[in-house]
Design a protein around this ligand. Sequence first.
Ligand SMILES: [Zn+2]
Length: 75
Amino acid sequence: MADIVAILVVIGITVLYLYNQYEEEKAMEEFRRKSRNYSLTCRKCGELAEPIVGTKNRYRCHNCGRQFAGPCHPL
Ligand SMILES: [Zn+2]
C-alpha cells in the first residue's frame, strides 16, 4: 500500500513539474511575442532593438548593443 502512495506522489510531483514547465514556456512565448511587437529598428545598424524590461522606454539593439530611449513599452 505504501508503495502505491509513493508512486502516486512521484507521479503527482512529475505532473506538477511538467505543468510548471508548460506554464513557464507559455509565459516565455508571450514575453517573446510582446518583445517582438514592441521592438524598434536600431538607427545605427538597422537590426532589431528589443525593449529593456523594467525601463518603460529604453531599448537595446541585438546586433550592436546600442541602447536608446524610444516610445513607452509595457515590459
Ligand atoms: Zn544596432
